[in-house]
Design a binder for this molecule. Structure first.
Ligand SMILES: *Cc1c(COP(=O)(O)O)cnc(C)c1O
Length: 347
């Protein structure tokens, strides 16, 4: 099977497993795991942040950040199709007692004016006060889109005046960096809190970090334990993260190239389904609106041909490239997928 459902499906390589097996470990709840400590220092320094906190999932790294920025009864603004509001099962409401309001953006692309138009800080006794805004980069359900650093800067300078904090959901910030050339420290400048995932395109089996200043990270460490995610000799997991950072960032450009080639192959037969120019990173979103085939049917037909893709809506099919698929695999996809689409035109 050529598994393009997500970049989370990557499996740890032999070398990664060897590094994990050899990692020095200690009890991380006591702060004594050297491999976790060095990973937290490494990633926070990479983004120019004071401190970092290792977490078992990106959702938890997001939720710990939200916990630090937004008090119960206050609101977080985010894009309508962001992971925080669509794929974390209401965690912000359940764990932090916060409310959310959303703005809708084509392909999830940030236009600073959109959140600023609905932001209501210090709303007094009647209305909910906005205390934070989350930005997702790259934007997953937007099709792996890279946010403009100019829009991020604009949003930062305006929210500073309003006393509103910014959170970066950087699960795939590695892809954004490789595609845009923007330095990690540059991204780090504009956000009070950041979450990053090692378990997506970087290929680690587990692991995310929450990054911020010392005070927030110290408090988030308590909340992590309270949520039941205080891990012990988890340095074997952090070692996979070190390995991923050492070896797997620059190679993401390969994934991006292969994703674009899928989009080009589809565009050649069905130009309304995807525009290769909009495929910035490793995610290809196919919009099947106006075609007779449903996303779930196309996914089923692909599966019969040995290809797995995600039907994320009735007319939306997602394919994600990653380190466990080869150029030959994608050549096969680029033959079969256009054929199936063409067949649906005559059916
Ligand atoms: C994957 C992902 C996360 C975190 O997901 P987990 O499965 O909880 O690790 C957060 N944000 C975005 C945009 C993601 O794609």
């Amino acid at each position: 099977m050529i598994d393009l459902r997500s970049d989370t499906v990557t499996k740890p390589s032999e070398q990664m497993r060897a590094v994990m097996a050899a990692a020095p470990v200690g009890d991380d709840v006591y702060g004594e795991d050297p491999t976790i400590n060095s990973l937290e220092e490494r990633v926070s320094a990479l983004f120019g942040k004071e401190a970092g906190l290792f977490a078992p999932s990106g959702s938890l790294a997001n939720q710990l950040s939200i916990r630090m920025l937004v008090n119960p009864g206050e609101e977080l603004l985010t894009e309508t199709n962001s992971h925080i509001v669509r794929a974390e099962l209401g965690a912000g409401a359940v764990f932090s007692g916060i409310t959310t309001r959303t703005w809708l953006a084509p392909r999830g692309l940030l236009n600073a004016q959109d959140p600023l138009a609905i932001a209501k800080p210090d709303s007094g006794p009647y209305l909910v006060s906005t205390t934070a805004i989350a930005v997702e980069n790259t934007h997953n359900f937007g099709g792996g889109t890279v946010q403009s650093i100019e829009e991020i800067k604009k949003l930062h300078s305006e929210t500073q005046k309003l006393g509103i904090a910014l959170h970066l959901d950087g699960a795939r910030i590695w892809n954004a960096h490789v595609a845009s050339g923007v330095d990690f420290k540059e991204y780090g400048k504009y956000f009070e809190t950041i979450s990053v995932c090692l378990s997506k395109g970087l290929g680690a089996p587990v692991g995310s970090l929450m990054l911020s200043n010392k005070d927030r990270v110290t408090k988030a460490r308590q909340w992590r334990k309270r949520y039941g995610a205080g891990m012990r000799q988890a340095g074997i997991l952090a070692a996979a993260g070190h390995f991923a950072l050492d070896n797997n960032i620059n190679r993401l450009s390969e994934d991006h190239k292969l994703a674009k080639s899928i989009a080009s192959a589809v565009f050649a037969v069905a130009p309304n389904v995807v525009d290769p120019k909009t495929v910035d990173t490793n995610i290809v979103g196919l919009d099947l609106t106006g075609l007779s085939i449903k996303a779930s049917d196309l996914a089923a037909q692909l599966k019969e041909n040995g290809i797995l893709a995600s039907a994320l809506g009735p007319t939306y099919l997602r394919l994600v490239t990653h380190m466990d698929v080869t150029a030959e695999d994608i050549e096969k996809v680029n033959q079969i997928l256009p054929e199936l689409l063409q067949r649906s035109f005559v059916a």
